[in-house]
Design a binder for this molecule. Structure first.
Ligand code: 6AU
Length: 489
């Protein structure tokens, strides 16, 4: 697949679909790189090649959808070829509604609730993809994925994920630059000039779908700040401790120890302890849970200097949550530095959790919650309005000292630099599992999606050598963070 992509990149270069020089853009700014994929219609073998690669990407990543729709116009022939190749029915989006007849924006046979995958040639801010999403959604069609030929890496991924649509690209600009440079087609000076231009011209689009986004922050400068700096800005003691721990231990890896035997968890905690900032548990999957297990886990947390997070995802009324947190066999409030909670029930989730300390010896100041704002699995029901509400709860009101961070998939979920962004769904091969989980690479989650901490479960616990895998994930997540703050200074 990688060789095929490289040879296609060279073909596209040969037919002048990518140009390097000094180009005046529509916005008035000059750009050292220009993409014109319209030329592919004159080279049927290249057009077929691109469409075949899109189809294999869809298959490999299991991007299932009932329909396929190309963003007009360049992507239309590509979507058509993919549709014929896969036997997936197409939908046609008109740029303007006809002023006579049916006035339909979307042509084709569909029902509300159908899913549709979008195909696009090049994305910069992602606004053209979002216009197509908007028109499809007006008809009740659900869009989860967009496959694009080239991502110019100027913000489209972050802008689009805000609307619960994931972008998959055949080529990122960095990949093209590297491939063309290695093949001797462009000089290193050009690579540097383009990289500088792209870093300096990130576009934060505020295209709104049905005005849902009015209060969603657009400035995500928190990702520019170091963890040391952010430790001074937080309102939560445990977030402060976490930022400082990450900074001194040089790790932003959270291990999801999703194992079912107490001893297995203790072993992996000891082996991987030196590489992690947080160890995350689901205690209700442990067959032989007991108090000694918790005692030993806490000893390991002290030995290796990491925090414990129980990923309980509380989601009930305040009274029930207070009991689930403080009582029962797990007595989570007694030992977990951090817990996760859905915000479905509103602010009362925070009051409920705080009430869980009523009979506990633990100090509420030393505890914190991560609120879920987005999920990593396909088909989840969270939308932009929900995200906006979580952001409000996390940053306003009397209980914000209890909120350590947000579990989400994109930098745009919140602005406040005192909150930690925890992002699950991380794996070096950015595939998917059989039950809806979707993975991104460590670099993608940190640099493009704004993750402060990447959560890795099966990428480590199912590796041949868990310790080696933990070291590798730590190195890659940490390098991505240091690149991010250096790039954006
Ligand atoms: O790397 P994995 O797929 O083996 O494990 C991912 C871990 C699991 C999930 O319960 C959790 O991350 N998770 C969460 C969390 C942390 O709340 C949210 C989400 O959206 N997706 C997700 O996988 O323990």
């Amino acid at each position: 697949m990688c060789d095929e992509r490289k040879s296609l990149a060279l073909k596209l270069y040969e037919i002048n679909a990518f140009k390097f020089g000094d180009f005046k853009m529509k916005t008035g700014i000059n750009s050292p790189v220009y993409f014109d994929l319209r030329v592919i219609v004159s080279y049927p073998h290249v057009m077929k090649n691109v469409a075949d690669l899109i189809a294999s990407h869809i298959k490999e990543h299991q991007l299932t959808a009932k329909h396929i729709c190309g963003v007009p116009y360049t992507a239309l022939p590509l979507a058509t070829l993919v549709s014929v190749h896969q036997g997936t029915p197409m939908l046609l989006r008109r740029k303007e509604a006809k002023d006579y007849g049916t006035k339909k924006l979307i042509e084709g046979l569909f029902s509300a609730g159908d899913t549709c995958l979008i195909v696009e040639d090049v994305v910069t801010s992602g606004s053209s993809v979002l216009e197509t999403v908007r028109d499809l959604e007006k008809e009740g069609i659900i869009v989860e994925y967009a496959v694009v030929v080239v991502d110019r890496e100027q913000g489209a991924v972050a802008n689009i994920i805000k609307h619960n649509v994931r972008i998959h690209s055949l080529f990122t600009l960095s990949f093209l630059l590297k491939t063309l440079n290695e093949a001797g087609k462009i000089k290193s000076d050009t690579v540097d000039a383009v990289a500088k231009y792209i870093a300096a011209s990130q576009i934060s689009s505020d295209v709104s779908l049905q005005n849902l986004q009015q209060n969603v922050p657009t400035d995500f400068s928190r990702t520019k700040l170091s963890f040391e700096k952010r430790a001074t800005l937080t309102k939560s003691d445990v977030a402060k401790k976490l930022f400082n721990l990450m900074s001194s231990k040089k790790t932003n890896l959270c291990l999801a120890a999703d194992l079912t035997k107490a001893e297995e968890i203790l072993n992996i905690a000891d082996i991987c302890g030196p590489y992690i900032c947080v160890l995350k548990t689901h205690v209700d999957i442990i067959d032989d849970f007991n108090d000694a297990f918790i005692k030993n886990l806490r000893l390991l947390a002290e030995k290796h200097n990491f925090l414990l997070m129980e990923d309980r995802k509380f989601a009930d009324i305040g009274n029930t949550v207070s009991l689930q947190y403080g009582k029962g066999i797990y007595k989570i409030a007694d030992w977990a530095d951090l817990v996760t909670a859905h915000t479905l029930t509103g602010r009362s989730i925070l009051q409920g959790l705080k009430a869980g300390f009523k009979d506990s010896t633990a100090d509420v100041q030393k505890r914190g919650v991560f609120l879920l704002a987005e999920l990593s699995n396909s088909g989840n029901l969270i939308d932009a309005k929900y995200l906006e509400a979580v952001n409000k709860i996390a940053t306003e009101g009397a209980d914000i000292d209890f909120i350590a961070g947000i579990v989400c998939q994109s930098a745009k979920c919140f602005n406040f630099p005192g909150l930690v962004q925890l992002t699950p769904g991380v794996k070096i091969d950015d595939s998917a599992d059989q039950l809806g989980q979707q993975y991104q690479t460590p670099e993608n989650v940190v640099k493009e999606r704004g993750a402060d901490i990447g959560v890795v479960g099966r990428g480590i616990i199912q590796a041949k050598t868990a310790q080696k895998a933990a070291a590798l994930y730590r190195d890659r997540l940490w390098a991505a963070y240091t690149d991010r703050i250096a790039l954006e200074k």
